[in-house]
Design a protein around this ligand. Structure first.
Ligand code: GTP
Ligand code: MG
Length: 200
């Protein structure tokens, strides 16, 4: 319980710090280890801004990064790591729901999905939770595309698109973005998409 209180205090401090944000914001969410922080580093073109780890669960709070002078990107803690403590999960859920549900400067949510796996149970649970928390639209991005053969990638694209159309009303289903932070593929399109979402 002490731990939860500590996390809540930290969260409040963080919110206070960023209360007067004037930049439009983009949120990056997704399963732990899907490559959110790496993608963010590629996007902001400044390596080592967001910390990256091969061990899931590295990012624990909301971290804000400016992307040029046009918008800010928010790196969020990943979901779905099995070994998380119960109280960590509760604090995580509160933090995410609070931010996604109430943040006014938040323009669009990007959900990162591993291109090798498509939508997993944890992803679907998260998208369901998001649907009840936030009316905002979300855009799905397939990550680590360098690890998947093009025909498999094309199949995953279709499957994910169908699942989104069927079950998640806030999903943007016209297209799904595909990126690799390692090769840089799709990054320009993603950046443009974010600028557009921010009204630029
Ligand atoms: P959490 O903070 O735990 O939620 O993880 P995260 O989603 O921020 O993942 P992170 O960026 O820390 O990357 C996890 C692992 O995936 C690291 O070992 C990265 O090097 C690797 N990785 C990230 N992006 C790519 C990519 O485009 N291609 C490949 N092959 N590996 C990647
Ligand atoms: Mg991270």
């Amino acid at each position: 319980a002490d731990e939860i209180q500590k996390l809540r205090d930290r969260k409040r401090a963080k919110e206070h710090e960023i209360k007067d944000s004037i930049l439009p914001e983009i949120a990056i969410v997704g399963r732990s280890n899907v490559g959110k922080s790496t993608m963010l580093n590629t996007l902001t073109e400044s390596p080592n801004t967001a910390r990256v780890s091969s061990k899931p669960g590295l990012t624990r709070q909301l971290n804000f990064y400016r992307c040029g002078d046009k918008f800010a990107v928010v790196d969020m803690p990943g979901y779905g790591f099995a070994f998380a403590k119960e109280e960590d999960k509760v604090a995580w859920k509160e933090l995410i729901e609070d931010y996604l549900g109430t943040r006014k400067s938040l323009k669009r949510i990007y959900v990162m999905i591993d291109a090798r796996h498509g939508l997993k149970v944890a992803d679907k649970e998260f998208l369901t939770m998001m649907g009840t928390t936030s009316p905002k639209k979300f855009q799905v991005v397939l990550t680590k595309c360098d690890l998947v053969f093009p025909p498999d990638l094309a199949r995953t694209y279709m499957v994910v698109q169908e699942e989104l159309k069927k079950s998640f009303k806030n999903a943007m289903t016209d297209r799904i973005l595909m990126v690799s932070s390692y090769t840089g593929a799709g990054m320009n399109t993603l950046r443009k998409d974010m600028l557009f979402a921010c009204g630029q």
